[in-house]
Design a protein around this ligand. Structure first.
Ligand code: HEM
Length: 370
């Protein structure tokens, strides 16, 4: 029996391909910010335990200061893909969200507390006080939000368990039992986080606000972390792919569109491989050149786009095997609204670019300990 609720009779106001394109682009950007937060905070907590004034402590302070800003990007870049996902997958996503309702709504409270803890972490580091405990609590908050999102994004693909969950309780107080994809999926995000944080440290090593000794530490430590966690990231990716049901793998291979999306997995593998080599150059050669950091940033953006594209293929084919075709919707495009949206979208990007350029041109104080 088909467990998906009936389709909303109101047609979609824009082509499905446009929603998908915007969804993949904005979700990739959300993932870049998420990985910086999850991995960067963990490394900053670890490094904050070293004595004040040491290069490790300086690195923790610099990352802690930036993480409060990263958090704003995590949240603001999370809203657009949430809206696009609801439009495209509402019948699956709303159902799974209601089934874990109590946990799902708690994300708002956890986020608020986490944000406050993140500021406390940074303030304590600036003041030379012990900060690892608040930092760790903030990280646990971020990890819980990530786990709940991962749980919901997996549950939306499992209509076969919805009925029994709802029968057990309609109050949304139960979490689903894990399926074979749950753990590798979460592990993949965590490894990716520490990997991206390593690349971020290589980027920081190229900034002029650090003294030579601190730059060498940032490049050496960040590079080695990127190598180790890059390898784990690839292993986790292969694991997450291997546990996909045979019907999903076969569906991707035989579908005209998702077959093409499947190449994104090779792109991801190649780009992560190059980023690991970059990490090795920085980590073992202790190279602090600015271009290396920018190359790492570009690679990160590209492999996140590949990752999100392939993830999208897995979701669509999984849903297809269960009777949900994301392309099967009535579309009545309202081009004037689409036009206004695109103009505002581009204008928003230009304004953010301008803000970033103002920050880049601003005179910055030295971040190294005097
Ligand atoms: C501490 C804050 C956050 C963290 C650590 C975080 C982490 C994550 C992770 C790990 C995933 C991937 C889950 C998976 O597929 O396994 C994810 C997906 C997602 N996140 Fe976030 N997130 C955060 C905040 C937010 C916020 C505030 C929003 C929205 C307002 C949001 C929207 C989304 C959406 C829509 C997806 C999945 C979209 C899709 O699959 O189509 N996130 N997030």
């Amino acid at each position: 029996m088909n467990s998906f609720p009936a389709v909303d009779p109101i047609p979609l106001p824009a082509p499905i391909w446009l929603f998908k394109l915007l969804h993949i682009v904005t979700l990739s950007l959300h993932f870049v910010a998420v990985e910086m937060l999850l991995g960067g905070l963990l490394l900053a907590v670890l490094l904050s335990t070293r004595s004040a004034g040491s290069p490790a402590h300086t690195a923790a302070r610099a990352m802690g200061r930036r993480l409060t800003v990263v958090m704003t990007y995590v949240i603001n870049l999370g809203v657009p893909p949430l809206l696009f996902a609801q439009v495209l997958y509402g019948r699956a996503l709303y159902t799974s969200s209601v089934l874990i309702g109590a946990y799902w709504i708690s994300i708002i409270a956890i986020l608020t507390l986490t944000y406050w803890l993140l500021y406390q972490f940074s303030f304590r580091l600036e003041a030379g006080k012990s900060a690892w405990l608040v930092g760790l609590l903030a990280w646990l908050g971020c990890g819980s939000v990530a786990k709940l999102l991962s749980t919901n994004m997996t549950l939306m693909l499992r209509p076969e368990v919805w009925r029994s969950m709802y029968t057990a309780s309609g109050a949304g107080v139960y979490l689903p039992k894990s399926d074979p994809t749950t753990e590798p999926r979460f592990f993949l995000m965590l490894c990716g986080g520490v990997f991206v944080a390593g690349l971020w440290m290589i980027y920081l090593a190229g900034r002029s606000t650090f003294a030579a000794e601190d730059k060498k530490f940032l490049a050496g430590f960040g590079g080695k972390v990127a190598v180790l966690f890059g390898i784990l990231y690839i292993a986790a990716g292969l694991w997450a792919n291997s546990v996909q049901p045979a019907a999903v793998k076969a569906g991707i291979a035989s579908h005209p569109l998702y077959h093409l999306f499947g190449y994104a997995a090779y792109g991801w593998l190649a780009l992560v491989g190059v980023a690991i080599l970059l990490g090795a150059a920085a980590g073992f050669g202790r190279i602090t050149a600015g271009w290396l950091g920018w190359a790492g940033a570009l690679l990160t953006l590209l492999f996140e786009i590949c990752f999100t594209t392939y993830r999208d293929a897995i979701r669509d084919v999984t849903l297809l095997t269960k009777g949900y075709n994301v392309w099967d919707r009535v579309v009545v495009t309202n081009w004037s609204v689409v036009g206004i949206f695109l103009v505002l979208f581009v204008a928003g990007l230009v304004i953010v670019g301008w803000l970033v350029s103002v920050v880049a041109r601003a005179q910055k104080p030295m971040e190294s300990a005097a």
